[in-house]
Write a protein that binds this ligand. Structure first.
Ligand SMILES: *Cc1c(COP(=O)(O)O)cnc(C)c1O
Length: 232
C-alpha cells in the first residue's frame, strides 16, 4: 500500500512538473510521517524515500534516534523557543520560523553547536486565525531582521494553505507566496536566498507544484489517514 501510494504521489508530481514546464529534480517530496510508527518510516526509506517531515520536536528526535542516519528530517510544525535545543543539529530544514524571537533562539543554539541552521519563514498567506505564520506584509521585515543573526540561513518561505475540498481554491495562495518570494529575492538581502518554497499538502500538492513549490509536504497521501487528529 505504501509503495503504491508513493508511486502515485511521484507520478502526480511528475505530471504537475510536465504541465508547468518544470524539472522534476527541482521539487523535493517530504513524506510527513507524524503520528506514524518508525516502522512505516523505515518502509518508506527502503523504497527510496529520504526526506521526512515531523511537526513535533519530541516525535522527531525519537524517530531520529532509531532510524537511518542519512534521513533528512524536516521540522514542519510550530516550534517553541524552549525546544530549539533539541532539534539543532538534527534537522536539515526548519520550515516554521514565524518570529524574531524564535529565529534568535535557533541562531543562539546553532552558534553553541558550531553549526548553521537552514530555515524557512512561515507565512500565513490566507490570514487564517487558527494558523501560525507572519502576514505577507510582515514577511520582508522578519526576513531582514533574522538575516542579521549568526549561524542562521534563510532559504525561503513556507505556507500551510487552507483546508479546501477543491485544490484550485488554493492556487491564489500559492501564487501569492511565490510572488512574495520573488519580491524578497529581488531585494538582495545579505545571507538570504529565496530559492525554497515549501507549499502543498495531500489535497493540493499538484497545484502547488504548478505554482512553483520546491518542497511539497505529503502525509495522508503516502501513509494513509492518521489515527488521531493532530494540531496542524
Ligand atoms: C500534517 C502536515 C502536512 C501533511 O498533511 P497531509 O494533508 O496529511 O498531507 C503538511 N504540512 C504540515 C505543516 C503538516 O502539519
Amino acid at each position: 500500500m505504501l509503495k503504491d501510494n508513493l508511486e502515485e504521489v511521484e507520478k502526480n508530481i511528475q505530471e504537475a512538473c510536465r504541465r508547468s514546464g518544470r524539472d522534476r529534480r527541482d521539487v523535493t517530496l517530504v513524506a510527513v510521517s507524524k503520528t506514524k510508527p518508525a516502522e512505516m518510516v523505515q518502509e518508506a526509506y527502503d523504497l527510496g524515500q529520504r526526506d521526512f517531515g515531523e511537526n513535533k520536536v519530541q516525535e522527531l528526535t525519537a524517530k531520529c534516534q532509531v532510524l537511518p542516519e542519512d534521513i533528512r528530517w524536516h521540522l514542519i510544525g510550530h516550534l517553541q523557543t524552549n525546544k530549539v535545543k533539541y532539534i539543532v543539529g538534527k534537522t536539515c530544514l526548519v520550515h516554521s520560523v514565524d518570529s524574531l524571537k524564535l529565529a534568535a533562539a535557533i541562531s543562539k543554539e546553532a552558534v553553541k553547536h558550531g553549526c548553521t541552521v537552514q530555515v524557512l519563514i512561515e507565512v500565513n498567506v490566507a490570514g487564517e486565525e487558527s494558523k501560525f505564520g507572519v502576514s505577507p506584509e510582515e514577511t520582508e521585515a522578519l526576513v531582514r531582521e533574522a538575516s542579521a543573526l549568526p549561524a542562521l540561513e534563510i532559504r525561503g518561505l513556507m505556507t500551510i494553505a487552507p483546508n479546501v475540498s477543491d485544490p484550485e481554491k488554493n492556487r491564489p495562495v500559492f501564487r501569492r507566496l511565490k510572488e512574495l518570494s520573488v519580491d524578497i529575492a529581488g531585494k538582495n538581502i545579505n545571507n538570504v536566498t529565496m530559492n525554497v518554497l515549501s507549499m502543498g499538502m495531500t489535497g493540493d500538492y499538484q497545484v502547488a507544484v504548478e505554482e512553483g513549490a520546491t518542497i511539497v509536504r505529503v502525509g495522508t497521501g503516502i501513509f494513509g489517514q492518521r489515527a488521531y487528529s493532530v494540531q496542524d
